[in-house]
Ligand binder design. Structure first.
Ligand code: NAD
Length: 272
């Protein structure tokens, strides 16, 4: 019961594949009370039954681009709970037509929209949540390695993740004196609604599983365990961090020898 009595707002649940759902469920198992809004009306039928299964509250529409819905969510939390101890940011969006091909072809409209939904939302949610974190708190965002190095097809979402990682550090500096910690989990790739929009995700998952130091892909259990640690008092001196939960992928500079051999052999065969 690492999160006993904690009140945690979980954003970004779209369905039972969502990383946010895995984290909500695990946090509930660890004793937390969960607030679980959804982004748009057509998600309610998927999110409501999930929320009911863990007695989550505040199952209401909250699109981060809609100030009235944001006001309504935080007013409701203020009225009913009066405080927050944690908040998960698990929100990203970009036009899928621009998550393939060249980053150089990103349009201004999609650049702005991607940044607004995927990055500014962390700033806005943090400002609102921190006002309710009267006894300190922990804010966790989900990010990806494509913000540190270029990854094929990740394009503008990679640029957004760089800005998200940086926002984590600036928000941690702002809020530390209020005993509010802000960290990100850099999760390895996993198939979800959001990641299915990234071109070539299935081949990326296959290759990733063969090339990480642990020779497997990250699981929902891996990411939810790390989130419980960051929401809990076990991580009480950790803030401003991007914590990689990626089976070690980000620590390597080149694929393992056995994969290199397989690829070189395939190239030789093709050249014959
Ligand atoms: P997901 O599709 O389940 O979650 C993305 C969520 O963003 C959805 O719930 C969607 O409703 C929400 N969202 C989009 N636009 C919104 C808006 N305007 N207002 C409010 N919510 C909005 O997919 P996921 O992969 O679980 O993504 C969660 C987070 O994890 C994202 O930030 C994603 O970039 C990040 N991430 C994903 C992977 C991966 O491989 N799946 C890896 C690392 C990081």
């Amino acid at each position: 019961m690492l999160l006993k009595g904690k009140k945690i707002l979980i954003t970004g649940v779209a369905n039972d594949w969502s990383m946010a759902w895995a984290i909500a469920k695990r946090a509930h198992e660890e004793g937390a009370e969960i607030a679980m809004p959804y982004a748009m009306p057509n998600l309610e039928k998927r999110v409501r039954p999930l929320a009911e299964s863990i007695n989550a509250d505040f199952v209401q529409e909250c699109n981060v681009q809609n100030d009235e819905q944001m006001d309504a969510l935080f007013n409701a939390i203020q009225e009913k709970w009066g405080r927050l101890d944690g908040m998960l940011h698990a929100i990203a969006f970009s036009d899928k037509n621009e998550l393939t091909g060249r980053y150089a072809d990103t349009t201004r409209d999609n650049f702005k929209n991607t940044m607004d939904i995927s990055v500014y939302s962390l700033v806005d949610l943090t400002r609102r949540a921190s006002k309710l974190m009267t006894d300190g708190g922990s804010i966790v965002a989900l990010t990806y390695f494509g913000g540190e190095k270029s990854v094929p097809n990740y394009n503008v979402m990679g640029v957004a993740k760089s800005a998200l990682d940086s926002s984590v550090r600036y928000l941690a500096a702002d809020l530390g004196k209020d005993k509010i910690r802000v960290n990100a989990i850099s999760a390895g790739p996993i198939l979800t609604l959001a990641s299915s929009g990234v071109g070539g995700i299935k081949s990326m998952l296959r290759l990733n599983a063969e090339t990480t130091p642990l020779r497997r892909n990250m699981t929902l259990d891996d990411v939810s365990g790390a989130a419980v640690y960051l929401f809990s008092n076990l991580s009480s001196a950790v803030t401003g961090e991007v914590h990689h939960v990626d089976c070690g992928y980000s620590t390597t500079g080149m694929m393992p020898n056995e994969m290199k051999d397989i690829l070189l052999k395939a190239l030789d065969e093709e050249a014959k």
